[in-house]
Design a binder for this molecule. Structure first.
Ligand code: SAM
Length: 296
């Protein structure tokens, strides 16, 4: 009969609890039965393996990214029945257009697209069909906010509904100009600002960065979250940056692509002070964050 060994510790990993057994019949040396622990798992990991998949949750809306229609429909059904508070499920087949909005197909529940979302003790209102928003950047937004000092002037060039600006201004007494070309993004940015008590001040600006930036004071810090295109706006950002100011640039690519871009960055009189992978994007590419200091 199997019994628990006292020679090793019980541990959890990858959604499983591993219990050391005294017999040698275990799938891992020293460990025995694999015991699922659904109550403590994130929602999607508690579903049967056949319908597990990746999805984003924005308030009471779930967005599924599975390509297989049957698996997406099964997962949508399971999410709605899970009692998690999700009332509407949509399928996302990719980001499109200048405004970087999601191509959505309704799967299950209510056909609603406007939702209230909370992150890092801040609240946002948005329409998932009209504006870009990624809950996967929550940790990155807080990480950036912690590096910022009171009194800074910041420009967020591609602000969307302003999640970087709002998280920063909630934690720091700064002035931030948040620019976006999408009128719906500026509308929901203004609504989201009203939902939060901010230490700092945010000025939402509707327009193309190419025109708006020239009329702004030079900034201590510039945020560039347009991951497929940021490099094309580097000269514009640098011209709007104070000497010794910092650019936080996000790009999609492999680390090798980043190395290629390093040359362009150095020639531009910018020094890379930090380079990190934020999260995976495809089997070969990641979302990469670069911090660049203006040195020339
Ligand atoms: N920073 C936001 C966030 O993290 O949620 C939004 C990032 S989204 C990838 C890029 C945003 O840039 C979109 O909201 C889009 O409308 C805006 N955009 C794209 N090109 C622009 C331009 N030339 N001038 C101003 N905004 C632009």
């Amino acid at each position: 009969m199997k019994c628990i060994s006292r020679e090793s510790r019980v541990f959890s990993s990858g959604g499983y609890v591993y219990i050391p057994l005294s017999e040698d019949s275990s799938p891992m040396p020293g460990y025995g039965e694999i015991v699922d622990m659904p109550p403590r798992l994130p929602l999607h990991q508690s579903f049967p393996r056949a319908i597990r998949g990746s999805y984003d949750r924005i308030g009471d809306i779930a967005i599924i990214k599975l390509r297989n229609s049957q698996r997406a429909a099964d997962l949508a059904d399971a999410i709605l029945r899970s009692g998690s508070g999700v009332v509407s499920v949509w399928k996302d087949s990719g980001i499109q257009g200048e405004y970087r909005t999601r191509k959505l197909e309704w799967l299950a529940g209510e056909k609603k697209t406007v939702s209230l979302y909370s992150e890092n003790q801040a609240r946002f209102m948005l329409d998932i069909s009209k504006v870009y928003f990624s809950p996967r950047l929550a940790t990155e937004r807080m990480r950036l906010a912690r590096r910022i000092h009171d009194g800074e002037y910041i420009i967020d060039m591609f602000a969307g509904i302003g999640p970087f600006g709002i998280i920063i201004a909630k934690n720091r007494d700064v002035e931030i100009t948040c620019i976006d070309a999408n009128p719906d993004a500026i509308h929901f940015m203004k609504e989201s600002i009203k939902l939060n008590k901010l230490k700092g001040k945010i000025s939402p600006v509707l327009g193309q960065v190419e025109t708006v930036m020239h009329g702004l004071p030079r900034a201590d810090r510039i945020i560039m979250n347009l991951p497929h295109d940021s490099m094309n706006y580097l000269d514009l950002a640098k011209a709007s940056l104070k000497d010794d100011g910092i650019i936080h640039l996000y790009m999609i690519g492999s680390m090798a692509d980043t190395e290629e871009n390093m040359e362009k960055i150095r020639k531009n009189g910018l020094t890379v002070t930090d380079k990190r992978i934020v999260h995976g994007y495809s089997p070969t590419e990641s979302l990469i964050s670069l911090s660049l200091r203006k040195t020339l």
